[in-house]
Ligand binder design. Structure first.
Ligand SMILES: NC(=O)c1ccc[n+]([C@@H]2O[C@H](COP(=O)([O-])OP(=O)(O)OC[C@H]3O[C@@H](n4cnc5c(N)ncnc54)[C@H](OP(=O)(O)O)[C@@H]3O)[C@@H](O)[C@H]2O)c1
Length: 413
């Protein structure tokens, strides 16, 4: 098995591998490696959950061994190969092909397998329907799952079984890795969980991983913002927008906010928005007039097209324009003027990439203060409605209904 490259496998593979073996494995593939003979694998494996990258097995060799044992299988297959958890029935929303979520999703009941060393079994309380969830199912997201896949990129849950010393029954947690959140239960490696305070609002906690962290990164990773500085954003009534407004206000940063539905202006002002304008040429002129000679240090773009361009024109010299979403599905065009005469910087942000690279400490240093804010109510995202998993078609339809104000989430009883 020298030089072995493995992606999603169809069946369990066992054997020995040499020092120069490299394994490339995806999120659904589990690799068990042991310094011992394969027959010891079931008893004392050093287990590794796939992270979508290549793993070098050098660490498994010492002076005495030139070969080690290896077992590779899709996680589900491997679990079924061991004992199953006879009492646990679970439901989840899965898809076998990419496409329109309402067409390709199906509700599936399954028996939960027994958890392995290092893993925890979660009872999932809630999981939001984010734009990224739809892209993930459509196949247009930055990562493509191996199919069939479970939907739901974030969730909040309680530990109901643990085979790691780091978590105990009753702990409230969010996942920082792949969540498989549109389900009643999930089995996750303990390394991919963060404990959040008990008593936290389950719906708010379910939305913690993606939007609050994105807002925090937008405000901290691109410039050393000082009290009184300006930032500008579009889609400002979105979950990310609301988080930006609240976090910026708590830092003394002033916000020039644009949105499509002017009737929500007051709501955003009550969250701490300094100024709110319609996302239109007229709204832009009003914004220019209001802030006078002041200019923004950062612009946060979740729309694209003309809306993104208007944000760019509010930037001061060497200001940074960050695209993190493309709700308008229109490309970003950068005119020559702002580049040449204003030296603006054009950047992008993807919270998933940050999470993959961040250390556990950095993740905790980011998420725990955000979780505290959820607990004390100083940070929240508006909730429009909640649905049972079985009513997923209604949940998806609600996303496009006029009058929706806030997030749609799945909530388990
Ligand atoms: N890069 C990252 O790491 C990252 C992380 C989080 C989110 N995001 C992205 O950020 C965006 C917002 O996410 P969210 O969860 O905060 O969204 P959300 O709460 O579901 O809100 C969606 C927002 O998009 C606006 N919108 C929808 N269609 C639009 C269109 N055709 N033109 C202009 N605006 C439109 C909505 O305005 P109305 O209310 O007027 O419909 C609303 O403000 C999404 O693109 C998402 O993928 C990216």
């Amino acid at each position: 098995m020298s030089g072995l490259v493995v992606t999603a496998m169809d069946s369990i593979l066992q054997g020995t591998c040499r020092r120069d073996t490299k394994i490339r494995y995806d999120l659904r593939t589990r690799v068990c490696v042991s310094r011992n003979h394969p027959k010891h694998l079931q008893n004392r494996p050093d287990k590794h959950q796939g992270k979508g990258d290549e793993k070098n097995l050098d660490g498994y060799f010492d002076g005495r061994t030139s070969h080690c044992a290896i077992e590779i299988a899709p996680t589900d297959t491997l679990r079924q190969a061991k004992t199953t958890n006879p009492t646990m029935q679970s439901n989840r929303l899965t898809f076998e092909t990419h496409g329109n979520p309402a067409d390709v999703l199906k509700l599936e009941s399954f028996n939960l397998p027994a958890i392995a060393d290092g893993e925890v079994l979660l009872k999932i309380h809630a999981s939001p329907v984010n734009p990224a969830d739809l892209n993930y199912i459509e196949g247009t997201y930055g990562v493509k799952p191996s199919l069939p896949a479970i939907a739901g990129i974030e969730c909040f849950g309680t530990v109901i079984q643990s085979r790691t010393g780091k978590f105990s029954e009753g702990d409230s947690v969010i996942t920082t890795g792949k969540a498989d959140g549109w389900a009643t239960h999930s089995i996750t490696n303990g390394d991919q969980l963060i404990t959040v305070p008990n008593g936290i609002d389950p719906l708010q906690a379910a939305m913690l991983k993606v939007n609050p962290a994105t807002a925090w990164l937008l405000l901290h990773h691109f410039s050393d913002l000082k009290k009184g500085d300006w930032v500008t954003l579009n889609a400002s009534n979105s979950g990310v927008g609301q988080c930006v407004i609240q976090l910026a206000a708590s830092m003394g940063i002033r916000t020039v906010c644009f949105l499509r539905n002017e009737s929500l202006s007051e709501e955003l002002s009550s969250l701490g928005a300094s100024h709110v304008f319609l996302d239109s040429p007229e709204g832009f002129s009003e914004a220019r007039e209001t802030i006078g000679k002041e200019r923004a240090k950062l612009a946060f773009n979740a729309v694209g097209g003309d809306s993104a361009l208007r944000l760019m024109k509010l930037l001061g010299e060497s200001g940074t324009h960050i695209t993190y979403g493309a709700m308008g599905r229109k490309p970003l065009t950068v005119p020559n003027g702002p580049l040449i005469f204003n030296d603006i910087r054009v950047r992008g942000l993807w919270v998933t990439k940050w999470m993959e690279k961040a250390s556990k400490k950095e993740l905790e240093n980011t998420y725990l203060p955000l979780a505290d804010r959820l607990l004390d109510g100083s940070l929240s995202q508006k909730v429009d409605s909640t649905f049972a998993l079985a009513d997923f078609r209604q949940a998806l339809a609600r996303l496009d209904e006029s009058g929706r104000n806030g997030k749609v989430l799945f909530e388990n009883p």
